[in-house]
Write a new protein. Sequence first.
Length: 444
Amino acid sequence: MTYQISSLSTAPCSDETCSETEVLQVVGGARLSGQVPISGAKNSALALLAASLLTGESCEISNVPNLVDIERMSAILVALGAQVVRQGDRLIIRAEHIGYASAPYELVSKLRASFFVIGSLMGRCGRARVPLPGGCAIGARPVDLHVRGLQALGAEVHIEHGVVEAYCRSGDRLEGARIYLDYPSVGATETIMMAATLARGQTIIENAAQEPEIVDLANFCIAMGAKIAGAGTKTIVIDGVPELHQARYAVIPDRIEAGTFMVAGAITRSTITLAPVVPAHLGAVIAKLQEIGVRVVLEGHDQLTVVGGQNYRCADIETLPFPGFPTDMQAQFMALLTLCEGNSVIKETVFENRLQHVAELNRMGANIKLKGNVAVVSGVPALSGAPVRATDLRASAALVLAGLAAQGITTIKGLHHLDRGYENIDHKLRVLGAKLYRLSLNNG
């Protein structure tokens, strides 16, 4: 079989140049109804793609969303010597021959998750050369926890001219170690876990991230033959094995996409059903919607129905690592809280620059006052359509949600952010009854 990286067909806006020639027009006021399919989790799929480098045998990952970020990560794997092909929602990766070539800066600079390949490369090859990552401009997000974790496993790490170069201090394999993370970083936990799967001896990660994506990565590595226990708790134990093998694995549903559509139902006062979902992954989102006054009905083990109401109450939110309220849902809830009675306080504790959407929501008639990392949202009777610009991935979703509820037309620029993380969101919303259209500025 010939492996090649396929082109994207459903994520049309992959860079800032494209985003300046396309806008999304949202006509507010439409009620939504019906069922929306939830795609595989982007953040989980990216980590699984990085982990596929841990074996030279073929891995088949299904339920992979067709997104710009997925294409970029696939291109990075190809640049490192892997073969990648997409067949529907499946990606088949064979990394039999992995070279020491550096991951291309032009791709890594646009995708923070690309840095995760340093863990799999160190685990399998004993050396790696990866440029410092990029992504959304929502905070510093340093890689020091990744680096300290690799150093604890016996890696020599140097950072020069924007490139991280690492190699084993002794031999060609890392050595197991006990590692305490100062902060339960998802990325650092994933990097260390991947590196430790092929290290000699036992590795214990304390204060590990507990996000569902960590569990998904652990289960994928276990499917390849890794020995991992405790994923989803604060302590993860990895017993290194000599090698890993081929595996077939399906990515979990995207809890952030599911949460975004739940807010879409709430903000438009509509009733919509979502499937498949893992309700346990949405505990904080469900609880906050119910506090506001939205009904959430569990129908079966993987299906939820959101029943919007007419009058919503204010609520306070503080973003925290899982199982706390996710930072990736903060912007979407802010859009909803602009239409809730009373004053809501939102405290962003995870990323220092993740409140840039405040100014754009205020352009639409919201009443939000910002001081540092705290936003006070005073509910208003209605929002009004306006020209706005997305500042990051989740901010773009918040502006779409605000546009759905606003009076008049909202025109959103910066679509490259939206297309990084939501598969066919325009189409999915139109099927539910929303009125929104992607327009080319070149064609008027």
